[in-house]
Design a protein. Structure first.
Length: 711
């Protein structure tokens, strides 16, 4: 049993193999947080709660001033009851009276109840604790889910207006955790379009640190991930607490260091612009938050996130199934293509091992540029004589599967759809809407718009033998304050379309990695990691992404040089080596490659196929961070430690520079490993402690790859 309630001490123990999370019902009916960290015996830890005399503090009625709410470690801090730190929930009733929530019972579930309208982790033993507002009768349900084999606690809240009056929500976060007085850093994943998820470490001081998005999407500018780490925490040492929100819209994490040095972390829906009033009897469900604990640095934290998402978020049909190795025509042709150009690309990959041709933007409506056609999901037969079927049949005749690009959430003003339904876009009454990339966002909070999108995409999939879909989304949401209803509508659309076509693999995309989050992984087993396909730039992007998301979720393509985003030239072999650290593919025209490069594709695909099992299910060890040093290195190790692969890049060549020694991690210390290409056999312990000298090719951006197999 992973959840235990001690009747004597009124304490709840949430436990896994490596984790304990403990809180209790105190004498006032409040939920008092006691412990979150490495597994400890199941015994009273209330003695660890500090009770100093704070003469300046406010206290609850009937308590002494040693119980100041200024440093009370609260499982669900509510605004207004003398706790002046960040609150998890805030609301108002017409009379303006604040809530007074106390314990009102709990329930255990062998399997977690589904979150209405929201994606969540499958399964898990779950605890529900009910808090009731003694002033109005409103109820907050706090949900905790644990797995015995993972150091994770999943949390969300359900807020029910059980009063007879309207209840205006001002804040509804998914979790709150209070940490004891220590020194912490915050690690986040900020960025921009084509520079997504760059790791950034910030020392927390007094006041509130905020990381979030207000763009209607989880965004390239800040990912819904936060890690709280000891000052000295590294990849392999120190305590790290990871937080990730299973949500694709506006979010916020807040980390506040108070006057008494305690740290409070809250996270969930961004309350900026929140506009939600609950009618009597209505319930609001917050997104699920994943909280992961590691006592062995960032590496162990990441491996726990990866295991959780591969086993309990990503569709089991695709989670560990070999992925398509695609050739995508976008950077080869952009909008300028016809049947002959596409067939030439299809012909060019024969014998390379590439197994799927993907037709990107430009196949529909008046889509000869990015200013027209979105919303008109009817094939442009001026470009494609005989329709999609001619290209699909040709790809299939050459032994390739066929994929197709869509951007169903958007519409151009120059489209038949917009001319017929200009009111279907997100807009504010009396205000001319702002275009983004010459397009507008369809209002998916409206059922008739959702029905249109579902039918438009489904019709194309019904009428054509399509094996793969790339679902794009290329602008943020504007004009409205509250984006949550849009996100819920989007999830319904995903469920209806993707649920109806279970044998089609869907890849997510949003201006590259603008919506790379755990919620998307519920329907899309892989996501286009970034529109920046430069081999060197991808090292930092993929390194940061891996802090939370598994390599199997990253779509990574080999593109042409000079690179179309940076103008940089990198070796063909290096581009492939970095692209192999994810679901690999190609974004180029093979007919423009040299004969040697075309011949190299087959060996690259063979190399990827040999390591794909590690990409889909192996343990990741990050050895060197390209943001901090002139070296990138990652290692993938099989769960049974029978094989591994280590890939490294030295971005800049150094004249007469020091030798680079790479120290593998994660091997079986007592096992003999054959190492290729060196063709040596050594013990795992020897390899990990003595290291391997890396002989990089001459010049910039060279890579090396080592394979390890138990001898």
């Amino acid at each position: 049993m992973a959840i235990y309630f001690d009747e004597r001490s009124k304490a709840f123990y949430l436990e896994s193999r490596d984790l304990s999370y403990v809180f209790r019902i105190n004498e006032h009916g409040f939920l008092q947080h006691l412990y979150y960290g490495r597994r400890i015996p199941r015994e009273d830890v209330g003695f660890s709660v500090a009770l100093p005399d704070r003469g300046h503090g406010c206290c609850l009625p009937g308590s002494d001033r040693r119980q100041s709410m200024d440093e009370y470690r609260n499982e669900c801090p509510i605004f207004g009851r003398s706790d002046f730190r960040e609150s998890m929930v805030d609301f108002t009733f017409p009379n303006g009276v604040v809530g007074d929530f106390v314990y009102d019972g709990h329930k255990l579930y062998d399997v977690k109840p589904e979150l209405k309208g929201l994606p969540s982790v499958r399964g898990g033993e779950t605890l529900e604790v009910r808090l009731k507002d003694m002033a109005h009768g409103a109820v907050i349900g706090l949900y905790y889910t644990v797995f015995e084999d993972l150091p994770a606690v999943l949390r969300h809240a359900e807020i029910e207006n059980a009063s007879g009056e309207p209840m205006k929500l001002c804040r509804a976060y998914s979790f709150a955790v209070d940490f004891p007085g220590k020194r912490y850093d915050a690690v986040t994943l900020p960025g921009a379009h084509m520079r997504e998820r760059q790791t950034e470490r910030t020392r927390l001081g007094h006041g509130t640190f905020i990381a979030g998005s207000k763009r209607g999407v989880s965004s390239s500018q800040m990912n819904p991930f936060l890690a709280i780490a000891d000052y000295a925490a590294t990849e392999t040492q120190g305590e790290v607490y990871g937080f990730n929100l299973i949500y694709s819209g506006d979010f916020a994490f807040r980390a506040e260091v108070g006057q008494c040095e305690y740290l409070r972390v809250i996270g969930g829906l961004n309350d900026y612009g929140m506009d939600k009033t609950l009618a009597p009897g209505e319930t609001f469900v917050t997104p699920e938050a994943v909280m992961v604990y590691s006592d062995e640095g960032f590496g162990k934290m990441s491996r726990a996130f990866h295991d959780l998402y591969r086993d309990y978020i990503i569709n089991p049909l695709w989670a560990k199934k070999p992925r398509p190795v695609v050739i995508n025509n976008w950077e080869a042709t952009y909008f300028d293509f016809d049947n002959d150009k596409l067939k030439a690309i299809i012909d060019s990959v024969e014998g390379t091992g590439i197994d799927t041709f993907v037709l990107d933007d430009g196949w529909f409506g008046a889509r000869n540029h990015d200013r027209a056609g979105l919303g008109d999901w009817v094939v442009n037969e001026k470009k494609l004589r005989g329709g999609l079927k001619t290209v699909i049949d040709y790809a299939h005749s050459k032994g390739l599967k066929f994929g197709l690009w869509f951007e169903p959430e958007m519409v151009n003003a120059d489209s038949d759809l917009y001319r017929a339904h200009p009111d279907w876009i997100i807009r504010a009454e009396g205000v001319e809407p702002c275009p983004g990339r010459d397009q507008y966002v369809l209002d998916l909070s409206r059922p008739e718009v959702r029905d249109f999108v579902v039918e438009a995409v489904s019709r194309v999939l019904r009428e054509n033998a399509i094996d793969y879909v790339k679902w794009d989304m290329n602008r943020a949401l504007s004009e409205i304050r509250w984006h949550h209803d849009y996100v819920l509508g989007l999830y319904e659309v995903f469920e209806r379309i993707i649920g109806a076509f279970p044998n089609v693999i869907f890849e997510g995309c949003a201006s590259g990695g603008c919506r790379f989050d755990a919620a998307i992984l519920r329907w899309f087993p892989q996501i286009w990691t970034s529109d920046n396909s430069d081999g060197y730039a991808r090292t930092a992007i993929q390194y940061g992404t891996s802090l939370c998301y598994p390599l199997s979720a990253m779509s990574c393509h080999v593109s042409v040089c000079p690179n179309h985003q940076t103008g940089r030239n990198t070796p063909f072999a290096s581009r492939a080596a970095i692209a192999h650290l994810g679901a690999t593919g190609y974004e180029l025209n093979p007919n423009n490659l040299t004969a040697a490069e075309k011949a190299e594709i087959k060996s690259q695909v063979d190399e990827y196929k040999a390591m794909e099992g590690l990409v889909l299910g192996g343990d990741l060890y990050r050895l060197h961070n390209p943001v901090e040093e002139n070296l990138f290195a990652e290692m993938l190790v099989a769960k049974d430690k029978s094989e591994a692969v280590l890939t490294a890049m030295r971005p800049l060549s150094v004249a007469n520079g020091e030798s680079v020694i790479l120290y593998p991690e994660g091997l079986d210390e007592n096992a003999d490993y054959e190492v290729l290409p060196q063709k040596i056999v050594r013990k795992g312990a020897t390899l990990m402690r003595a290291g391997l000298v890396a002989y990089f090719p001459f010049g910039d951006f060279g890579t090396v790859t080592y394979r390890f197999r138990k001898a």
